[in-house]
Design a protein around this ligand. Structure first.
Ligand SMILES: [Zn+2]
Length: 317
């Protein structure tokens, strides 16, 4: 058992602890057969991934299919874009943005530093966008940053991809007749996650604090932890009503009911794993106890399986 789990801990974890939005149709087993690293494979898949355009409310639209879900606010002040997707999706994102309106991209907000949300920063900046993010997002983008779970070391981003402006706790923007409140969650999925709330339209972008219908990845390498993820889910719930449109980092756009189900899932699995850990059980024993079993059918479909999620919870329980 120990040997198996050791094998799991290294190979299976690396193979499936993913953000493979563009490769959601690949199972972790298939991904493991890829000769390339998971980060490179995800970028490559995005070269051919289509972009789905979903009108939300007011002049807010979602672009789905390139890494994290992208939100776009159009208007005469120029477009505000939340997250920039994979660089390999540039042509299709440019096309989708042009079809929405002729307004240039003026403002880009990064919900956190991960490449499936920031890869497009440099080209959006070269097209005229100023970039705004949490100060820790800038810190990670500006330096060499390793994510153990992806077995990948990101080099420092080029200057044009770095946020020109940072926030620490909260910042309010007024663009295109709309108020947008950016709020720092505290350490959760990483140590730099922020939400973007469009006040009048009542639309909330949660970044990767919410994965709708999927176990979430938690990036311990850059300050994320399960307790912070639960706190962030609570914070999201506290902000929304039954009418709020909620955009997850990954998964379908939905609302309070789905967010509630996600928060409950995180809390229950955390409590189970924490109890076993407190009893002195090892990671191997806790994985063998299958604390996620009742949830796997719904949540382990595309990205992260129950065993990997158990490890992610165990590390911070
Ligand atoms: Zn992420």
């Amino acid at each position: 058992m120990t040997t198996d789990v050791k094998t799991f801990s290294r190979r299976r974890f690396l193979a499936s602890a993913g953000i493979l939005t563009a490769a959601a149709w690949l199972t972790p087993d298939e991904l493991f057969c890829e000769s390339e690293n998971i980060v490179l494979a995800a970028r490559k898949r995005a070269e051919t991934a289509g972009i789905t355009v979903q009108a939300l409310r007011g002049n807010i639209t979602a672009l789905i299919g390139s890494g994290g879900n992208i939100a776009v606010l159009t208007g005469s002040d120029g477009k505000l874009v939340i997250d920039s997707g994979y660089v390999t999706s540039r042509a299709r994102i440019t096309d989708a943005l042009a079809k929405l309106s002729p307004d240039p991209i003026k403002h880009l907000v990064n919900t956190h530093w991960h490449f499936d949300h920031c890869d497009g920063n440099e080209w959006m900046h070269s097209d005229g966008a100023t970039i705004l993010a949490h100060e820790n997002t800038k810190k990670h983008l500006a330096t060499t940053t390793r994510v153990e779970a992806w077995d990948y070391t990101f080099p420092p981003s080029p200057a044009g991809a770095l946020p020109g402006e940072v926030l620490a706790a909260e910042k309010t923007l007024h663009l295109n007749g709309v108020t947008i409140i950016l709020t720092y969650y505290g350490p959760s999925h990483t140590d730099g996650d922020i939400s973007a709330y469009f006040v009048q339209a009542d639309v909330l972008h949660c970044g990767d604090t919410w994965w709708n219908g999927h176990y979430p990845f938690i990036d311990y390498s850059t300050g994320g932890n399960i307790k912070g993820m639960i706190k962030a889910a609570e914070a999201n719930l506290a902000r929304v009503t039954d009418k709020t449109i909620v955009i997850p980092g990954h998964g379908k756009i939905a609302g309070k009911a789905e967010l509630t189900e996600y928060r409950d899932m995180l809390g229950i699995i955390h409590d189970r794993v924490a109890r076993l850990k407190k009893e002195g059980k090892s990671l191997d024993e806790i994985i063998a106890a299958k604390p996620t079993a009742a949830y796997d059918t719904k949540w382990a479909g595309s990205f992260i399986n129950g065993d990997v999620f158990t490890k992610l919870v165990y590390d911070g329980a």
